[in-house]
Design a protein around this ligand. Structure first.
Ligand code: NAD
Length: 483
């Protein structure tokens, strides 16, 4: 298996590769001795150049008919679809997930482009009215240069969720991928750009300094950010000086409440997918489980039996059910959570098998862990662990379960699991979150049209929907003619 690509990407400005002074190496989180490639670190001057290019392109792009813009973006979408087989393995080698998860990232990105292509033209239509004294036209106009900043866990779909509404409504874009997964996304965006005028899609790289320069730039009119809540707070501050619009899709600590009428065997496959897809590194993964006290030991036996079947290995190994986590600090954090749980006397189950154990220390590997944590205020229950370590907390009454679930700074997604629809809906309505699912949770649970996003520290704004999302990429321009 050829795992060593060693390719270099540059900045992408005005449909040209632009080199810069500094580059960083990108290593495979599942095989750290493999250097996969190099990505640039943009200077403040590079950022300015990209934003200026996007601004110049905006002056022409906004003038096109909406249908023409949609047609051009959809030809770029075709390029995305045609690139999956080639680019998905590269994505695995930089972010660590399984090949089928990387394929899904690309395909979900394509689906967003397709969904928006069917709704943007109608949304952009002006509302006109006339009476004896005046004529009024309420029009929607694009904002200008949009900056899209994305994390490493699902870089393609998270970019397309921003790029599709931004470009189709007439904005241009500067994308900043994460330094932890910069390569496949850049190659993809370069290919897609070939279908579009120069400067409509630009890509700059780097971390905090680049992100700060982008979100402070005077010509940037909107920031669409996905990442951690701490970073989101900085982004909001940085954008405030020039009153930029912001959409913030941030962290989560999603609760799942099992009711006492739940059929454990029936829900188990979906629940496991909700917890462990992408090794738990999903913003809306199940991150804490609340189980009726009387079901707890049966539930723990059952979930542990299933998890014990998991195999942990490199994302390109077809036998693997979980890949490594993405980076060293994430692995260290997860290990510290497990150690802390052990030290306070929690029952900890370390499960699953290692594939290629000889490679274990050459990657960020961790086996899945289940922790029986009776303290709903513990570190593990209270934080966003972002990995395959799941706490289970028993509860005695539903009121208690809801108090536990809502006692969080986060409010992204959540779920209720029950055999009784009416009871489940009643409980779902009491949960403080942007989304509550019933008998499902995690990737695939939310569909286009359900406004996706969180409350509290999980963010501001909604993606994946029509009016709430498209309104965030446009302004109203109201005209009135007095007869
Ligand atoms: P992160 O916040 O560390 O980084 C996200 C992006 O922000 C990266 O591109 C990074 O380079 C950039 N960045 C860092 N500092 C910046 C600054 N000061 N200004 C502007 N940009 C800056 O997040 P991560 O570790 O890459 O991703 C994991 C986090 O993302 C988790 O908390 C997860 O829940 C969250 N996430 C949320 C969603 C959602 O839709 N709500 C989806 C996926 C991931």
């Amino acid at each position: 298996m050829d795992r060593c690509h060693d390719l270099q990407v540059d900045l992408w400005i005005n449909n040209c590769d632009i080199s810069t002074k500094n580059y960083t190496d990108v290593y495979d989180p599942g095989r750290l001795t493999d250097r996969i490639g190099r990505a640039p670190v943009a200077s403040v001057e590079d950022v300015d150049r990209a934003v200026q290019a996007a601004h110049q392109a905006f002056l022409r792009w906004r003038k096109l008919e909406t249908k023409e813009r949609i047609a051009q973006v959809m030809s770029a979408a075709g390029v995305l679809k045609a690139s999956i087989a080639e680019l998905a393995p590269l994505l695995v080698s930089e972010h660590g997930g399984l090949l089928r998860e990387a394929n899904m990232d690309f395909m979900a990105g394509y689906n967003y482009l397709e969904k928006y292509s069917g709704v943007v033209a109608e949304f952009m239509e002006a509302e006109q009215s006339e009476d004896d004294i005046s004529w009024i036209s309420i029009e929607k106009i694009p904002k200008g240069v949009v900056v899209a900043i994305v994390p490493w866990n699902m870089p393609v779909v998270l970019t397309m969720m921003k790029l599709a509404p931004a470009l189709m409504t007439g904005n241009t874009i500067v994308v900043k991928p994460s330094p932890n997964a910069p390569l496949a996304l850049t190659l993809l965006l370069k290919r897609m750009s070939a279908c579009l005028p120069d400067g409509v899609i630009n890509v700059v790289h780097g971390d905090e300094e680049t992100g700060t320069a982008l979100t402070r730039h005077e010509l940037v009119k909107k920031v669409a950010f996905t990442g951690g809540s701490k970073t989101g707070k900085k982004v909001m501050n940085q954008a405030a000086a020039s009153f930029k619009a912001v959409t913030l899709e941030l962290g989560g600590n999603d609760p799942a409440i099992l009711l006492d009428d739940v059929n454990l065997e029936e829900i188990m496959p979906r629940l496991l997918r909700g917890i462990f897809t992408r090794t738990g590194q999903v913003c809306y993964a199940v991150k804490r489980l609340y189980v009726p006290e009387k079901l707890c030991s049966t539930f723990i036996d059952s979930i542990c039996d299933h998890i014990n079947e998991f195999k942990v290995g490199h994302g390109l190994d077809e036998r693997a059910s979980l890949g490594p986590v993405n980076n060293a600090s994430q692995l260290a954090f997860l290990c510290s959570l497990v150690e802390n749980a052990r030290s306070v006397g929690c029952k900890v189950y370390e499960l699953g098998t290692m594939l290629e154990p000889e490679n274990w220390s050459n990657g960020y590997y961790i086996r899945p862990h289940v922790v029986l944590d009776r303290d709903h205020t513990s570190q593990l229950v209270g934080c966003e662990q972002f990995g395959p370590v799941i706490p289970i907390t028993p509860y005695r009454t539903l009121e208690e379960a809801l108090t536990y679930a809502n006692a969080s700074e986060y409010g992204l997604a959540s779920s209720v699991w029950s055999g009784d629809f009416d009871r489940a809906v009643e409980v779902a309505r009491e949960i403080e979150a942007g989304l509550t699912f019933i008998n499902t949770h995690g990737l695939g649970s939310s569909v286009f049209g359900m406004p996706f996003g969180g409350i509290k520290s999980s963010g501001i704004g909604r993606e994946s929907s029509v009016a709430p999302t498209l309104s965030a990429y446009t302004d109203y321009h109201a005209l009135r003619y007095l007869k």
